[in-house]
Each structure stands twice: as C-alpha cells, then as structure tokens.
Design a protein around this ligand. Sequence first.
Ligand code: NAI
Ligand code: MG
Length: 350
Amino acid sequence: PDHRIALIPGDGIGTEVIPAARRVLDAVAVRHRLSLTYDTFDWSCARYLRDGAMMPEDGLETLRGYDAILLGAVGSPEVPDHVSLWGLLIPIRRGFQQYVNLRPVRVFEGVPSPVRGAEPGAVDFVVVRENVEGEYGEIGGRLNRGLPGELAVQEAVFTRTGVSRIVDYAFTLAGRRGGTLTSATKSNGIIHTMPFWDEIVAEHAAGHPQVAWHQEHIDALAAKFVLDPARFDVVVASNLFGDILSDLAAAVAGSIGIAPAANLNPERVFPSMFEPVHGSAPDIAGRGIANPLGAIWSAAMMLDHLGHAAAATRITDAIAAALATTPVRTPDLGGSATTDAFTDTVISLL
Ligand code: NAI
Ligand code: MG
C-alpha cells in the first residue's frame, strides 16, 4: 500500500523529533512492504516571524490531498502561543473535523512513574478528548478594559452532534478493548452543558450494554488519576477537561517526552493528524537531546490509523523493549543519549 504523508516539523525540538520518527517509519516500511512518501512543510512560528502567517492561505487545501499529517510541535518564545494554536493547530483540527483527540497512557518498564503503585503493565489506558467544540471557542468578549468594572465572558458550546459522536467513539473503543468507560463531568457546578453531556452519555450507554461505565466529577477524577491510575481504561472528556487530564496522565506515565496523540477524523473524509503531546521545548531545542519517543509512538498511531496494526505494534514493542532492556535513554529519562542514538536503539529492536 502507498501512503502520502505530510510532515510538519514545526519549531524547536519538533524539527529534531520528526526526522527521528521518519527514520523509524522508513525502517518499518521496509519490513512491512509499505510505500510511504513524504512532503515536508515549514509551517511554524519561524515562518510566522518571516512571512506573517503560520501557514499559507491555501494550507488546508494542500494538506487535504494527504493520507495523514505528522506534526512535531509549534511554539516560540517570540510569538504569543495563541498565534501558533489558532494559526495552525486549531484550523487543521476543526477544518478536517478531527473531533477525536486520542491519548494513550502507559507506564513502561524502565521508566519510573512519580506516582506510587503505578506499575508497568498495570497502567494502560486511553484519554478520549473532544477536540473541536466545548470550552475552547471564540464566543465571548471583554468589557471595560482596565476599569474596576472590567469583565470577561467566555461561552462554551456543546452540540448534540458533537457530544454524541465523541461519546459513541469512546463507548465503541471501550467495547473493542473489552474495558470500562469513565466519563468526566462537573454537572454539580456547570449546570447547563455538563448535565447535557451526562444525558448523552447515558443514552449511548443503553446502546453498549456490554461496557461498564460510570461518571466522575473532574476534580475527583484528577485526584484519582494520581492516586490510582491503574483503574482506568477509556476516559472520555470534553475539550478542556480532556486537555488537562491528558497532560496529567502523561506526567503520571513518567515523561511528557513519551506521550503521543492522534487527532482523528474517524469517518476518513479528511486526513488525521498525529503529534507528540509535548511542545517545542525551547529550553532544550538545538542540542540534539530531545526524547523522540512521543513522536515515534505518534507515528505508530498513524500507521495503525492507515490500517497497518502489525507495523504499529512493531514500533510500540520496540519502544517498550528499548526502555526495558537497554540503558540508552535521553536526559529527560535520566540518561545521556542523544535523540539520534535513542532512535537508533529503537530501530535496532524493531
Ligand atoms: P513543552 O512540552 O515544550 O516543555 C515542557 C518541559 O518538558 C520542558 O522543560 C521541556 O524541555 C520538556 N520536554 C518536552 N518535550 C520533551 C522531549 N521530547 N524530550 C525531553 N524533554 C522534553 O511545553 P512548554 O514549555 O509549556 O511549551 C513550549 C512551547 O511549545 C510553547 O510555545 C507552547 O505553546 C508550545 N506547545 C506546542 C504544542 C503543540 O504544538 N501541540 C503543545 C504544547 C506546547
Ligand atoms: Mg495540552
């Protein structure tokens, strides 16, 4: 099978981890007889500083022709973060209806978790975050700037279509994993949108009688992520709650440098986008010491989405083996290896 991949390395360590992920993809492609071709786009804060835009005006039309997008990270100390977010990431996620943000969480042998009792093997769950609506919207405004009576209003938008499809995706995933579903809510405090969310979850539960499910308030749920992460399997959450939970989960798993994410358009009308959870890490950029595993695991999720589950598992198995059986790791994991050396180790274990 032939696949055309759009690479957007972005800024900072994004430009270091995407070439690493590509080397792993090429090594796996040979073994699984996949033909992967790539085009690289320099869309980034660096481009914004040069040309005044994160991407060209017809950027989405250009990307539309690809089977998948692999993104490093965007962000620069010289550019406000909302520019990189609203100038590139959000247009791609919303324009391509990538309404599922999938973030797997695993504690690997060889990576100590800061959480007591978070044993390798026992912690293996997925956060399913709603990715295109909810709390992250443009409706609202500010009045009386700088005055004592100043106020800011920010609206959250939840639609029946939007909530139904993410909840349905999560129930189906839980069913496929033979697992349970936890729904994040806050219907005691947020009295319109969250009861609406809860009702739709309950409606979908009726259609998935084999999936045990429950809902928990986001504050208690966050505490349980830290106190007892092994009890989770699939966790479904709104855009804001899912954003917070998935970064928390990445920290529970030991390093933000390992965590992957997929922005999926499950209907496959548009390309999906795969990206490590971490940002451009300006504090370590340019030194060749970034952990490439988040980008490599994201590339594995991309192969899985493209229909190559065995090739994807080959990559995640090699990641697990590198961590469990070798001392080679980047400084964020307590080692002294470079990005390239760590990548070579993963490739040698494919
Ligand atoms: P960050 O994830 O870039 O860095 C947080 C800390 O983790 C830093 O100390 C960094 O050195 C370390 N770290 C992150 N990834 C690592 C890796 N692969 N290997 C080793 N260490 C790693 O988050 P931060 O500092 O809040 O944001 C920096 C920039 O990245 C900002 O401009 C932000 O907007 C952007 N960002 C972009 C994202 C994206 O493109 N999707 C996501 C998150 C942040
Ligand atoms: Mg986040």
